[in-house]
Structures are given as C-alpha cells and as structure tokens.
Design a protein around this ligand. Structure first.
Ligand code: NAD
Length: 275
C-alpha cells in the first residue's frame, strides 16, 4: 500500500491521491459516497454495481484482480463511461491443477487411463486443463458453443454429459440478459440435464456456485467436488455432506495466480493514468 501510495502521488494527474485500503465486504455505498474515490480496485467479493456507485460521481477506473467478472455490472460501468479492467487468465494453471489434483485424489486409477474428461467452457482455464488432460492420456470432450470448434472443443453438450467419467465446469456465470448461452443452473445444468449424467461421473465445479443448483447436487448420486457455492461463504450442512471434496473458493489461490492478477490490474491502471 505504501509503495502504491508513493507511486501514485508521484505520477497521478497533478493532485495527490488518497489511498484507502478496505477488505471486500467493508466496501459499501456509504463508504464510496463519503470518500468519492477516483479509482476502485476490488476482488470477487465486492459487488460493483449501481447500488455501490450511485452516489459517487468521481470513479473513473475500476480494476478487479480476478478472472470472473459476475460481481461487476459491466453494462452499468460502460453507461457511466467508467474504464473497467480485469485479470483474464491470471490463475488458469492453478485452477486446472486443482481439477487434476481432485481427480488424482478421488480416482488415482484414472491417471494415464483413457478416461473421458468433459470440459464445459473451453476458455483460458478449460483449454489449460485440456492440455494437462492430453498429457495424462485422457480423452477430452469439450463443449463451448461460443468458440469455434477445435481439437478440444468439438463435442455436443449431450455427449459430454452422457459419456464423461469426469465433468468439469469452466464457464463464467451468466444470465439470459447478458448471454445467448446463459450458464446459471436455470438454463445450462437444468434438472433434466442432470438426469442424463452417468451416475458414476465425478462432477467438479470451480467456476461459480450458481452454475450448479444446490438441490440438484444434493439429490444426485454423483461424487461432487465444489470450490464455489451459490451463497458463499454460507454453505449448508446438507450440501457439505453431499460433496466428496469442498474447498472455500481457493482453486485459483496460488501466489503466482494472485501476483499475476494484481500485476495485470496495476498495468491496466498505469496505462489508464498514462504513467
Ligand atoms: P474464459 O472467459 O477464458 O473462458 C470461459 C469460457 O466459457 C469461454 O470460452 C466461453 O465461450 C465459455 N462459455 C460461456 N458460456 C458458455 C456456455 N453456456 N456453455 C459452454 N461454454 C460457455 O474464463 P476462464 O479464465 O476459463 O475462467 C472461467 C471461470 O472460472 C471464470 O468466469 C470464473 O468464474 C471462474 N474462476 C474461478 C476461480 C476459483 O478460484 N475457483 C479462479 C478463476 C476463475
């Protein structure tokens, strides 16, 4: 913080900058209205939306040191002319390694056997996971309707759900208003689609909690691995009991991933400030 403070005082647009450090959940609309910051840097626990920024006229730049951006109302920021930057891909290896480690932990016999690994969402993380999978001799069944078909991304959703030994989710959380292929469980993993999944498949969700319905997980016979939860940090006991591995949203939490995320936002901010 001290380093950043010196740096920005030297380089900002001709006036000193006040740097206020707060933890995610302490940042609320009243604090933002009182301090009127020009720049807001957050991680995934601070919802950045109209409610937070309505009484702030000065924010010009929002940076989120995260891959996921479902906590940010990007359309509202664009309407206000606020520049937004996030850290695409920063922890892709960490998340992919978490998935491989979970599989190795649950089914060591899967290593180097030609199992089918279903990947829903073949972006930065999905692609990285596919490369690890290929090196383990696994078959990759990738589904991503928003990407042109490729070697790791040419399966139909039905095939992925029916034929995979492991299904891993790597989609952003989206809804009908912001995607033609929404990923919230009302649209993608509906109850009907859960019925088509093999009972023996391992389900892994490191994307966002609401991609899978809590009741569907509890009712399913599958071995489930969850790093993310719809109402995190609140997790009910029944859901916990239904899972084989649960972790508190830490799949991307490595030193390398966090450093890359912070560095990305720092660089974007420097570019914005032209320093
Ligand atoms: P990305 O944007 O590079 O890739 C997401 C992919 O999902 C894209 O290729 C997109 O086309 C695809 N997609 C979108 N809608 C889809 C749909 N309906 N069906 C199938 N595919 C769809 O993002 P990424 O870097 O791979 O990260 C994916 C998500 O992982 C992030 O949005 C974030 O929510 C989550 N994440 C979690 C952690 C963690 O610690 N658990 C860390 C980093 C990221």
């Amino acid at each position: 913080i001290a380093h950043l403070s010196d740096f920005f005082n030297e380089h900002t647009l001709g006036r000193p900058i006040e740097l206020i450090a707060m933890a995610g959940r302490e940042i609320d609309a009243a604090v933002i209205a009182e301090h009127q910051p020009d720049i807001l840097l957050v991680r995934s626990v601070t919802p950045v939306n109209k409610l937070l920024l309505d009484n702030n006229k000065s924010v010009k730049f929002v940076g989120s040191a995260t891959i996921g951006i479902d906590h940010v109302d990007v359309e509202y920021l664009a309407k206000r002319g606020i520049i937004f930057a996030h850290a695409a891909g920063c922890s892709k290896h960490s998340v992919a390694q978490y998935v491989v480690a979970a599989i190795a932990n649950l089914r060591p016999d899967y290593l180097f056997k030609p199992i089918n690994l279903g990947i829903i969402g073949v972006g930065n993380i999905g692609n990285t996971l596919a490369q690890y999978a290929i090196s383990y001799g696994w078959n990759v069944l990738g589904y991503d309707p928003l990407k042109p078909p490729s070697v790791v991304n040419n399966a139909k959703l039905e095939t992925v759900l029916q034929e995979s030994n492991v299904i891993s989710f790597h989609v952003p959380l989206t809804h009908a208003h912001n995607s033609s292929y929404p990923t919230h469980h009302d649209y993608l993993m509906t109850q009907a689609r859960w019925q088509t999944v093999s009972d023996t498949a391992i389900i892994i969700n490191t994307s966002r909690g609401a991609v899978l319905g809590r009741d569907d997980i509890v009712a399913s016979p599958n071995v489930c691995v969850l790093d993310v939860f719809e109402h995190e940090p609140n997790i009910d006991a029944e859901l916990l009991k239904a899972c084989s591995i649960v972790t508190p949203h830490i799949a991307g939490y490595t030193l390398e991933g966090k450093l890359r995320g912070t560095q990305f936002v720092y660089n974007a901010l420097c570019k914005y400030l032209q320093v």
